[in-house]
Design a binder for this molecule. Sequence first.
Ligand code: CUA
Length: 335
Amino acid sequence: MTTRARRFRVAAPLLLSLLTSGCARDAPQGFLKPVGEAARKADALWDVVFLIAVVIFVIVEGLLVFAIIRFRHRPGRKPAQFEGNPRLEVILVLIPALILAGIAIPTVRTIFDLAEAPPKAERLDVTVIAHQFWWEYRYPDLGIETANELHIPTGKPVYVSLESADVIHSFWVPKLSGKQDNVPGYVNYLTLETDRPGTYFGQCAEYCGLSHANMRLRVVAQTPEGFAQWVAQQQEPSETPNVPLARKGRQLFLQGACAGCHAIEGTDAQGDVGPDLTHFASRRRFAGAIFESTADDLVAWLRDPPAVKPGAKMPDLGLSEDQIEALVAYLRTLR
Ligand code: CUA
């Protein structure tokens, strides 16, 4: 092999690993740039552990390289033997044990710190129920139910109770908090908090079935005033549309299979299998936050949900193109 080929063989994997290791400047799910108090605490712990790991790496690799060169094989040289040296063995066990014990102190402290519930009077409670394959959000004190897009106010801790309707999922918004599992029959808790308005991305972080990778989520952080407006809008029941096509869609929705699984406040539709659609059109994304709430995406979805989101529990209802058009027109009035 030529020198150049050898250099390439060394450089290529290094370059590739750099390229694929998340060095992107705009990493929407980069946990190394937290924007909330809870995420900042976890990040601070990560910094400490990383620093310790780097020091250990440099010492161990340095000694290794030194030993490889200094004690390399030479004709007539016999390697020294250390077997059965109790003092050396105790030292070699003790050093890692002390390092781990040292790391355990800030780790356990951070775990307890993050697990502490913010005072009831100062926080907003949200229940997150994971489904195959979407997120349901309930605000018990505000009487709101929504899906896939979680709205939170800035400057206020949001205390999230995590539940699951079917299998184990994991709720993860890297910039706002660590990940926590949604386990059926059990409630886990997590605090989200940020001072910066914006949309933060996350996803299900536990393999949960066919559309695990399609279980995205968005957290919309708004100023307290913006959030109050959103709450007021979400608390309103739906309005009956005036446009004939949308009215036809409404009728189809209420008389067809849709109402069996979905609820729309202000109508007789009170199903609780799929997302509450009362303010469907106020959400920018739907179906696990993977589709945009545009007419095109809605049409594709209604034609055959499992075809565009594998494993979707909503079946192909065999709707005609006219029915789909009417349903889409109605859904888009649900602001
Ligand atoms: Cu839900 Cu993976």
